[in-house]
Design a protein around this ligand. Sequence first.
Ligand SMILES: *[C@@H]1O[C@H](CO)[C@@H](O)[C@H](O)[C@H]1NC(C)=O
Ligand SMILES: *[C@@H]1O[C@H](CO)[C@@H](O)[C@H](O)[C@H]1NC(C)=O
Ligand SMILES: *[C@@H]1O[C@H](CO)[C@@H](O)[C@H](O)[C@H]1NC(C)=O
Ligand SMILES: *[C@@H]1O[C@H](CO)[C@@H](O)[C@H](O)[C@H]1NC(C)=O
Ligand SMILES: *[C@@H]1O[C@H](CO)[C@@H](O)[C@H](O)[C@H]1NC(C)=O
Length: 943
Amino acid sequence: MRSSYEKLLATIALLSAVTDVSAQTNSTTVGSGPSAAGPTWEQTDYDSSPPVYPSPNATGQGWQAAFQQASNFVSQLTLEEKAQLVTGAPGPCVGNIGPIYRLGFDGLCLQDGPLAIREATYASVFPAGLTVAASFDRDLARTRGVDMAQEFKGKGAHVALGPVAGPLGRSGYGGRGWEGFSPDPFLTGELFAETIEGMQSAGIQACAKHYIGNEQETQRNPSVTKAGETIEAVSSNVDDRTMHELYLWPFQNAVKSGVASVMCSYNRINGSYGCQNSKTLNGLLKDELGFQGYVMSDWEATHSGYPAADAGLDMDMPGGIGFVTQLPTYFGPNITAAVNNGTLAEDRLDDMCRRIMSPYFLLQQNSASYPRVDASSSGLNFFPEANYAFNYTLGPANVDVRDDHAQAIRELGAAGTVLLKNLNNTLPLKTPSNIGIFGNDAGEPTDGLYFDGDGDLGNVGFEFGVLPSGGGSGTGRFTYVVSPLEAIKNKVNSYNPKALVQYVLNNTLVNQASGYSILAPVPPEVCIVFLKTWATEGYDRPSLLVDWNGTALVETVAKSCPNTVVVTHSGGLNVMPFADNPNVTAILAAHYPGEQVGNSLVDLLWGDVNPSGKLPYTIAYNESDYSFAPIENSTALLTTTDPNAWQSNFEERLLIDYRHFDYFDEPVQYEFGYGLSYTTFSMSNLAVTATGSGYTALPAKQAIAPGGNPALWDVLYTATVTVSNTGSVAGAAVPQLYLGLPQPVNEDYTPVKVLRGFEKITLQPGASQTVTFSLTRRDISYWDRYTQQWTIGTSAIGVMAGYSSREIWLNTTVTPLSGSSGSGSGYGSGSASMAPPGYSNKTSSAGMSMPASMSSGMSTVVSGSMIPASATVPASYMSGSSSMMASMSATTTVPAAYSATTAASPSGHGPGAPGCSDVPGPWQHAGNNNWGHGGPPTQSGWA
Ligand SMILES: *[C@@H]1O[C@H](CO)[C@@H](O)[C@H](O)[C@H]1NC(C)=O
Ligand SMILES: *[C@@H]1O[C@H](CO)[C@@H](O)[C@H](O)[C@H]1NC(C)=O
Ligand SMILES: *[C@@H]1O[C@H](CO)[C@@H](O)[C@H](O)[C@H]1NC(C)=O
Ligand SMILES: *[C@@H]1O[C@H](CO)[C@@H](O)[C@H](O)[C@H]1NC(C)=O
Ligand SMILES: *[C@@H]1O[C@H](CO)[C@@H](O)[C@H](O)[C@H]1NC(C)=O
């Protein structure tokens, strides 16, 4: 969320930050030429989003007792109180639901954000989601969730506005990627779930955001032209399979974990705004995934009253259309009026209220001992106290909630730092007595300790000082930052008080060649160059290079200093033109590690902690290597008068990050999953065991529970490998399991491999341990857009175990569907050419083992390609018999009358109904929208 002032700044910046001019075409293939990866993109398939009405009632599944308490509570409310409960209002927190004191309800306090309680004094600032992702560590992710939630609770908040899985990270240029985890949906899904469960175990409601397709900041909100015409927000246009297998995947984990709330996003999805998209809210989230909590809008992402409620929105934030005032509001009195005049069913309003109150009772936030909102909160946020609509009861001011969390922050900061290069065992350092420090990222932040991004930091950030976090609503208010320079001085002093720590922190000075010669004697035994990359809400990154001429800084220093170590603090991936410079002996990607940034780094530099972070994204050679999934932007768009001009077509479909580079067999600098250690590990004995037999392609039809059809979560296989520490020091390994899922007949092209397992384990030198990965039905299925089912393919699944997406040590296959013939080992055949220089694929046939007892459910692979040449839709798919409604009828509450086929609108609230006419932009249209190319014309709306 952002203030109007921020938005103004963003608009100005957008107008001056034009990079790409591209013509709009209606029908293209991905990347054309050798990059073409899929059938023709038919723009008309993405012009609209199918209507799904009515909004499903929560049933309290998974939290029945709390749901009953919520129902009792709601039954005592007046209509006006119900409207109040679903509408934000000015107050001491970033979001506020007013109290209803007669029922003992003090209201709800919602606070940013994903790495800290932001608008608060005496709180910790934790590592960003990006750092959690790079740790590949489930336990540390959960601990962070618990620790953060304790701080939110200590400050009297009820809802923490995080964690983030949207953006997922389609583009490395995305300004908010660091708030979330990784472009890999499995890695994100697992760590998202750990975070949510950790937070809620400490009594705080988590909010899974931003739902969905919120993959760019540019034009994320509507804008207004000089002539006063509204230009709609960018539409993220996503096909159905990609929606399920990439962007929805982690949200499915979140719902399975019982997440209290979901925040709908600013952008449009296939033409319909995120907070009024009945397909994504009623359809995907509440029907298909069985979500029992409430949907809140992102701040000012609501564009209507009862039509949004009917589309599945449960809570309007911050409430006022003018942001800081209570009225006017799309909800509030408009909800009351809509019930009174019969346009909004009171049943829908009751459902909204029950959804909001269930997590409150579940987490016992009604307890008399629940802390009250910290009185210092009022002065820190944007609502003038004069605008408060309620008499809020506050607690003491400036409560210190930091506890001993600094230790876990320091640990996670190191665990999420990736050692990319380490020539000649440069690291760990021994006891150098002359160290050179370079770069504006090494010292104390000079522009204050709060990077809120709505001041003059803009899309540039501050020049001098270490960058431990990004900006915008996802930042935190630091109480201190341990800079790298401070931590290094302390460390050096501990072993040699007379050693030199020489530094020049002005990049410009060093690049002008005068800076390095300030040092004497030279060269230092080691030069450490600190680089940073700012990223913030409201802007997409202008470049994938490091900021402040940092690339030149490295080259300048390395020219004179033969032992140059590079450290980056960055909100996402950086291309590193200096990576192969022989004088650059070590590189550490330290991401955004939070307040202990210097200590986390020193622990690694001197080997007190052995690096174990892995890249949660791929570092390619050039920025242009990422052109397959661009941020939508152009001069033409920035000056358009077409309200519907902003269309971001996700034409690359499933092939983002390593899926793209593997599919097209492109060399990269450092691949997904890669990261060095001070020790070495081997891997042996891959075994895959079926937990049952007679598997069917489709899951058994079961009643929907939170997380979707429970059968999707059945573990069908376990895979084990033996991991051994073959080096001389203790360290943590991250064995990774990838699957080569078969290319479904007549489907989009399928990734060569996808991550489906990882664990982090610490081993003493010489020690070995068996690691087990569980593979669920969802893990081994693809989303079939024709049948609307997760489906197990008919041929062999490649199972690959290794230490990165390109360092595969062992592989085997399983064929879950008995009777089907295997069709190839394509997943492994390209592996040799996929290995980047410096680390070969260690494929060991000795490691493949498949016990004879498993043969019932499997067959061995024969040969051939896993990717059929043709991907056209066969005639058999053209009948309407496999429609969405047919497949859903047993498990959902959507009456057939509301199916897209009939395009009927409930009570006049649906698409095209008069009530929708006050809504800007192209909302849902009835009609034959498949959200995907090539769908059968007779098919019902959603495929
Ligand atoms: C794209 O579609 C629009 C409307 O459907 C049409 O007016 C326009 O001519 C099309 N452009 C191209 C290049 O086909
Ligand atoms: C929700 O429940 C109410 C009764 O409480 C019922 O009238 C309505 O039809 C239900 N809605 C759906 C979509 O099942
Ligand atoms: C109801 O919503 C409309 C916009 O649809 C707004 O103009 C009006 O002021 C709102 N009413 C109140 C009481 O906030
Ligand atoms: C009912 O009330 C809502 C909210 O004020 C309003 O937008 C709508 O136009 C009204 N409908 C009728 C039929 O009066
Ligand atoms: C606000 O609440 C406090 C404590 O409940 C009470 O003393 C005070 O009179 C109230 N103020 C208003 C304006 O209602």
